[in-house]
Design a protein around this ligand. Sequence first.
Ligand code: ADP
Length: 381
Amino acid sequence: MSAILTLNAGSSSIKFGLFDAESLEEEAGGQVERIGGEAELDLEIPGRAKVETRLPVANHHEAVTAILAAVAPYLDGRAVVGVGHRVVHGGPDNGAPLVLDDAAIDALTQLEPLAPLHQPHNLAAVRAAREAFPGTVQVACFDTAFHRGHPFVNDTYGLPRRFYDMGVRRYGFHGLSYDYISSKLAEAYPALHEGRVVVAHLGNGASLCAMEGGKSIATTMGFSALSGLCMGTRPGQMDAGVLLWMLDDQNMSAAEITRVLYKESGLKGLSGLTNDMRRLLESDAPEAAEAVDYFVSRVAQEVAAMAAAMEGIDALVFTGGIGENAAPIRSRVLSALAFLGFSLDESANKAGNERISSGLAALVLPTNEELVIARAVQGAL
Ligand code: ADP
């Protein structure tokens, strides 16, 4: 009897999950937020009320120690036999989860320039977990891995070839979510899994994946998590000339541009109000409506582009916080895509049903990235 721990580290937070190593049943989950500030640990046990605890947590190392203490009562004497980590970037070579040793961690550290806002925090959690669980198997699960089989036309930009060779590629992200949806389709909709499916992961970060036979062949994010769809605070698709203008004409520093692109754009920047889709849908402000219009338009246009990459489409799947919960967004996206053959069933959509169309299949499937990480650890064990 043993357990698997999953860790998903951001800049100031770590989400965690505790799974039975054999059944992969999730026994506990939660997160440490505001690491380095007024930190709080939220613990959720299935069937019980969430417990929120304020506690001093100065860094990722202390956060992992706090998580270990919080889940210890639920281990019931079992050992944690494997720790799985979400790591944003696996680079051009990692198409599968990776068992971590010193050399692998060094190699992943070399990739930090490709994802400077995420990779260092992911690896800080890896180092902390290796100290907290010495000798335990540690596995990295990459957001990029699911997309590594893309054909060249979906992996490159139209830049001089040397940039591709230097690693300037369309890596894509949200791979753990797409991996889960692929496995869910295989189980519940095997015929669709074999076909051509566009998956819309719409959360604070948002992207689409074109899947053929359950494998990714194209995605809307690229070299970084900035491109493709309009997101909570990121702009999505944008003319590179805007960057040149910001640099040359506006004399903005790289740090200022980074802040605008990662934190101040997207739904938040367009509305001037918030990145929270629920609040935008409730707002009467014309800017909120325009931000939502832009979001919907971008999703619809890019679904059509993903369909073109597969020369057709057999199903569209919505997932992520917006995809799973925002019925008005699903309704508007499907209406815009009626020309592809979608026929929205609005009562099924409002009722929160799994299938929300007649004709071409449109489905709502909740994602589960933690389970994908736990499965990878089980596989490594
Ligand atoms: P993250 O990418 O940070 O994991 P989530 O997948 O949790 O984000 O998605 C967060 C987004 O989902 C927010 O914009 C939030 O407003 C939106 N959302 C969650 N529930 C609803 C709802 N009932 N109606 C509309 N939007 C919702």
